[in-house]
Design a protein around this ligand. Structure first.
Ligand code: EAX
Length: 326
């Protein structure tokens, strides 16, 4: 009897020990983004999760928080800085407020194609920009993708800057974008993404601009009638990490996060490319009128002063490097 009690006690403490080791081993990584769980960011989050869990042999597990459930992109970046969020997939929208070096990427009509943008971001310039983030209390893990942005509104079809004049358009909280829209005669209204659908629904703003990916993932057809493929700016996404977490890791652990971020970016870009092929058809089926044949020259001309405003403040070194690499 005594030996049975001892055996049970022994087994119980062994079980407790195993449970304790497991609880310690599986560290939960909170990953946030603003888009739905059917979006290209969510595809990227899944790839991040799969890769990190595999490389770490289950030492880390990833909890995805989609749809802005941890706040808008600006709020989540602040969360990374103080360590309340571990990993964020975000557009560069509010990033320049933290890392001014990234503003160069937000200049309208800077990149002409996906190939060009991806090539610059995957090369030395992209790596330099990722490295810069550590000067601003953030860890740049990889460049992912949002896509070329297009204008939608609920007032009239837009095929020229004249058509866009006077429209109240939600922009990201990004002064380079806001400046460019102002030059176009549009009234820019900066707003965090989680508020945009309701603002469109209630008519607080007439329009917004986002890539096909975001328009599809957010069902903007429910609140917007007209889409114009202006492709006025390439919108990168960044996979960012919290320095509070990443600086506490071993070199090997940190490399797992970098590899997971790269896998995430790759999966997201594939999904962006797929939606570039199939998305417009879907949006038409959902009832949007889509202007595909947009003459970009007048738009490009209208936003030109944004370049001078940018270089006056930040210099032209990064811009020259990007242009020279194209
Ligand atoms: O990153 O705020 C925006 O319009 C972004 O494109 C969106 O949150 C995805």
């Amino acid at each position: 009897r005594r030996s049975l009690t001892t055996a049970i006690a022994g087994a119980t403490s062994a079980l407790l020990a195993v449970t304790a080791v497991n609880a310690q081993a599986a560290r939960t990584i909170n990953l946030g983004h603003t888009l739905s769980d059917s979006s290209h960011y969510s595809v990227g989050a899944d790839a991040f999760e799969e890769t990190l869990e595999r490389l770490s042999g289950g030492e880390f597990e990833v909890a995805e928080h989609p749809s802005g459930s941890l706040g808008g992109e600006r709020a989540m970046i602040e969360g990374l800085q103080i360590g309340t969020v571990d990993v964020v997939i975000t557009s560069t929208g509010p990033l320049g407020n933290f890392v001014p070096e990234s503003y160069v990427l937000d200049l309208p009509f800077l990149f002409k194609s996906y190939e060009e943008a991806r090539c610059v971001l995957d090369g030395e310039i992209g790596q330099d920009l990722l490295n810069k983030m550590s000067d601003h209390n953030l860890v740049g893990l990889a460049w992912s993708e949002n896509g070329f942005r297009h204008m939608t509104n609920s007032v009239r079809p837009v095929t020229s800057p004249d058509d866009a004049k006077g429209l109240k358009v939600r922009t990201m909280e990004n002064k380079v974008h806001m400046e460019a829209f102002e030059q176009m005669g549009v009234h820019p209204t900066p707003m965090a993404f989680p508020e945009v659908f309701t603002a469109l629904q209630q008519g607080t703003v007439d329009g917004q601009e986002n890539p096909i990916t975001v328009i599809v993932a957010t069902k903007f057809w429910e609140v917007q009638d007209h889409l114009s493929l202006t492709g006025h700016v390439y919108s990168p996404a960044a996979v960012l990490g919290s320095p509070v977490l990443l600086d506490s890791l071993t070199e090997e652990e940190r490399s797992w996060f970098e590899q997971a971020a790269k896998a995430s970016a790759e999966a997201t870009r594939e999904e962006v490319s797929r939606l570039e092929r199939d998305g417009v058809k879907l949006l038409r089926e959902k009832g949007m009128t889509v202007k595909t044949d947009i003459n970009k020259a007048p738009f490009q001309e209208a936003v030109k002063p944004a370049y001078k405003i940018y270089t006056d403040q930040y210099g032209s070194e990064m811009l020259d490097r990007i242009r020279a690499s194209g």
